[in-house]
Design a protein around this ligand. Sequence first.
Ligand SMILES: Nc1ncnc2c1ncn2[C@@H]1O[C@H](COP(=O)(O)OP(=O)(O)OP(=O)(O)O)[C@@H](O)[C@H]1O
Length: 239
Amino acid sequence: MLELKNVSLRLPDQKEILRNVNLKIDDGKFVVVTGPNGGGKTTLAKVVSGIETPTAGAVFLDGCEITNMGITQRARFGICYAFQQPVRFKGITVRDLLELAAGKKLREKELCNYLMEVGLCAQNYTEREIDASLSGGEIKRIEIAAALARDARITIFDEPEAGIDLWSFNSLIDVFKGLRKKGRSVLVISHQERILAIADEIVVVAEGEIRHHGPKAEIFPMLLGEQKQIFCPQQEGRL
Ligand SMILES: Nc1ncnc2c1ncn2[C@@H]1O[C@H](COP(=O)(O)OP(=O)(O)OP(=O)(O)O)[C@@H](O)[C@H]1O
């Protein structure tokens, strides 16, 4: 189980971007983190993956404190973070990246399977460099394929749908369903209704705080209600 206890993150200018966050994620859950832009979702993901260290509070994995562990150490413990804006590595090919993620040499069939899951043809991509020549959607899909190759216990996807076309979006949903079937824990930051719809649990983050956390059946209808009120305030009370 992953647990955040009273986690806060204050910037050097004293701005607090996470405030007293308490969150428990049980093993094997598919959890979607959503909320308004700038609310603190990515920062929360960075605190879990070890990119950011909280200025107060603690992070635990199976009861073991990991607050001060860096990203590499946490990766060894089975936490993987797929970036909102994947990093480009000149000189590194797609094959290199997937093999680094898997921690071993991959057979052509394995490479093909990982890339196929994200709607890419291995023949066209394995020897491509992870550089600026890849489109936004392509690099995003390769990042997701690398997360699949890593096969971590907990994978965090930060807005995986960004730049992904409709056809691949269906594959993305299948990728998530596959991870859930394998019993992996998945934390997805998303604004997409179709991703929220397959969640076990939904976490709503706003102004650096957890506003709601609960089963999808409880949170999802509430979110849809809130959305209507924001876009159509005169409808308030009539819903
Ligand atoms: N290093 C930083 N320096 C200054 N402000 C920061 C820094 N990191 C995050 N912030 C601010 O903290 C707030 C939360 O950012 P974060 O990226 O976590 O939001 P988010 O919920 O993921 O947003 P979005 O939905 O737009 O991706 C934002 O106002 C952001 O500008």
